[in-house]
Design a protein around this ligand. Structure first.
Ligand code: 0GY
Length: 297
């Protein structure tokens, strides 16, 4: 018996995903995934809002190889708080094939930031989703942005669609690349050309430093698997309009999903439906993530 017991309603990732029909281009990056523990080695944070199943680096790298990805961007998950050890251990074990997005506190020292950079971290994540974290004031995040500026890092932001109006001015005031997780979680029962999603598209049009991840059909969909058809028009609209500012990732091991656990192979087969030419897929999967995360060569 391990030290941590996953939440009673936790859904465990699919241990035997299918082989996707879509063959990924050489150098493809899974630019949004996580590692969880294992908790006995990398304890979950006392302030966490959920206790997941263990999902360590070996399973992540096996999935990478099975699906045909070359590289990963491992995003610090909230269940580990600001202790980035599990993510850093995975970066180290990847021998340069993974980069990281960390959670840091505003009192982190320059030496600590330098250590993270040498380990392969290239960004920080600000999470505004209240079921995952307790909110912090804008000034807290602004201090972090000032600290990471000299390193050339970017900020990954995770928020609910309804929060955009309230936070847009603050986001606009940040002088850094911003990457919005999961297209800002649109309500896909509404139109992809309706006023709500228009507001997010306009935010991207007006702010050329804003990128987004066209990720998580399994999380956003109401129509559900296998096709996640209702998410297609949203993701396709974003890729069509912002092909130089989009990323894609599996979101493995899929924290906090309710109802079903996706087949990661089917998620890869979703890609050609939202990025409809090989040129767009090359940008989404290779050029864009390489520029952001391996830009220094
Ligand atoms: C995601 C989504 C979620 C969780 C986290 O760090 C996290 O705990 O990101 C979620 O529960 O919606 O991007 O993995």
């Amino acid at each position: 018996m391990g030290r941590f017991t996953m939440d009673a309603d936790w859904l465990v990732f699919d241990p035997t995903p299918s082989k996707p029909a879509y063959v990924l281009p050489a150098g493809a990056v899974d630019a949004h995934c996580h590692v969880f523990g294992p908790g006995d080695e990398f304890p979950y944070a006392p302030e966490r809002k959920y206790t997941p199943c263990d999902a360590g680096k070996d399973a992540l790298f096996a999935l990478r190889d099975h699906l045909g990805f070359s590289r990963n961007v491992i995003v610090q998950a909230t269940c580990h708080g600001a202790d980035n050890s599990a993510m850093l251990d995975a970066l180290h074990a990847s021998h340069g094939a993974a980069r990281g997005v960390a959670t840091v506190r505003d009192d982190i020292t320059d030496d600590e930031l330098g250590d993270l950079h040498r380990a392969g971290v290239r960004g920080v994540r600000f999470n505004y989703v209240r079921r995952l974290v307790d909110p912090r004031p804008d000034e807290y995040y602004r201090r972090i942005v000032e600290r990471i500026g000299p390193l050339g890092w970017h900020v990954v932001i995770y928020f609910e669609a309804a929060d955009l109006a309230e936070r847009a001015d603050f986001f606009r005031s940040l002088d850094t690349t911003l990457i919005v997780d999961h297209m800002a979680r649109p309500d896909v029962t509404k139109s992809a050309t309706g006023p709500d999603f228009d507001a997010f598209v306009r935010f991207m049009e007006e702010n050329e430093n804003v990128w987004t991840k066209v990720t998580c059909p399994e999380r956003l969909s109401v129509s559900g698997p296998p096709g996640y058809d209702d998410v297609v028009p949203f993701a396709r609209r974003i890729v069509d309009e912002f092909e130089d500012r989009v990323l894609w990732g599996t979101d493995w091991p899929h924290p906090n999903l309710k109802g079903h656990m996706p087949d990661d192979g089917a998620l890869v087969d979703f890609i050609p439906r939202i990025a409809t030419s090989s040129a767009k897929r090359a940008k989404l999967l290779v050029d864009n993530p390489h520029q952001l995360y391996w830009g220094e060569g």
